[in-house]
Ligand binder design. Structure first.
Ligand code: CP
Ligand code: NVA
Length: 323
């Protein structure tokens, strides 16, 4: 109790535990159904210029230890659109870059803000922050996972083609943070996942699969990406070299040469198959220009939808269900 005003100066005892969003497996299937519906509602309001101020006076802290365009703009614009405000921190312009322990940073930042989004390297760093945070923490990309992106991708698929359950999604390329997250999403939302990676770049189940086994058995592997694409409903890929792995660039260029989504792969998929890429893209490497800029590509909707799903996510973490 603060003797000056009688207001409690610590968190109330018995307050419900804070929920975080650190990987896709953190939410139940039912919660995803709610979030996807809520995101559609929030998007419809945005498109018709109807105010959606459910987070007035709330502050989002965004911490970036890696570069970003979409994640920054979508979280920042989204928070302002909900009536809240944003603090932007990077490794270079904060004490994080001068070795202040992540636990101490979490304790301080979460006393002054209401929700935190972090983009960093190891998932363990995000987990350590969350363990010492008083407020919800969202994964804005780690080496291991990118759950906000997959949430947007699934929303985008449903928007264009209806329910994703029972459909076939193909991952062409690196067994990276995106691929790991697709594995968990397939287990949660009941679609078939095919993964085609070059040898040596496979998904690591020790990383992707949760201790309870979520993600195991939710996918099939293909050594030939063209075979993987046969009859697919969605073909998706990502850069050959993710942030933090730049030293492997040359080796990866050689290893991934055949993992380029081209017109032949899209022709093997269903005629109404969609193409997605989380962006940024390298035309002529993981995807040919006529695919990413072609009629089956929904990459711009996919990028925009980051904002709509993350608005629903922040609202849910702070306020719970709204209907
Ligand atoms: N897709 C994605 O996360 O993009 P940014 O790296 O630009 O945030
Ligand atoms: N796999 C990529 C995604 C970028 C949004 C990376 O981690 O760099």
């Amino acid at each position: 109790m603060n003797p000056l005003n009688g207001i409690p100066s610590t968190l109330p005892k018995g307050a419900p535990p804070v929920r975080h969003y650190l990987q896709f497996a953190d939410f139940s299937t039912e919660e995803y159904h709610y979030l996807l519906e809520r995101a559609a509602f929030i998007k419809a309001k945005f498109k018709t210029f109807v105010r959606h101020h459910t987070l007035v006076d709330r502050t989002l802290a965004m911490i970036f230890e890696k570069a970003s365009t979409r994640t920054r703009v979508s979280f920042e614009a989204g928070m302002y659109q909900m009536g809240g405000s944003v603090v932007h921190l990077t490794t270079g312009d904060s004490q994080l870059g001068r070795a202040e322990p992540i636990e101490d940073s979490a304790k301080v930042i979460s006393r002054m803000t209401d929700i935190v989004m972090i983009r960093t390297y190891e998932q363990t760093k995000l987990e350590r922050f969350a363990a010492h945070s008083r407020v919800p923490v969202i994964n804005g990309l780690t080496n291991e996972f990118h759950p906000c992106q997959i949430l947007a991708d699934i929303f985008t698929y449903i928007e264009h083609r209806g329910p994703i359950a029972g459909k076939t999604v193909v991952w062409v390329g690196d067994g990276n943070n995106m691929a790991n997250t697709w594995l968990q999403a397939a287990a949660s939302l009941g679609f078939h996942l095919r993964v085609s990676t070059p040898s040596g770049y496979e998904v690591d189940e020790k990383v992707a699969v949760t201790p309870r086994g979520m993600g195991a058995g939710s996918y099939k592997t293909y050594s030939n990406p063209l075979e993987a694409c046969a009859g697919a409903d969605l073909v998706t890929t990502d850069v050959w070299t993710s942030m933090g792995y730049e030293a492997e660039n040359e080796a990866r260029r050689k290893a991934f040469a055949a993992w380029c989504v081209d017109a032949q792969m899209m022709a093997a998929a269903k005629p109404d198959a969609l193409f997605m890429h989380c962006l940024p893209a390298h035309r002529g490497e993981e995807v040919q220009a006529d695919v990413i800029d072609g009629p089956q590509s929904v990459v711009w909707d996919e990028a925009e939808n980051r904002m709509h799903v993350q608005k629903a996510l922040m609202e849910y973490l702070l306020l719970g269900r709204q209907n």
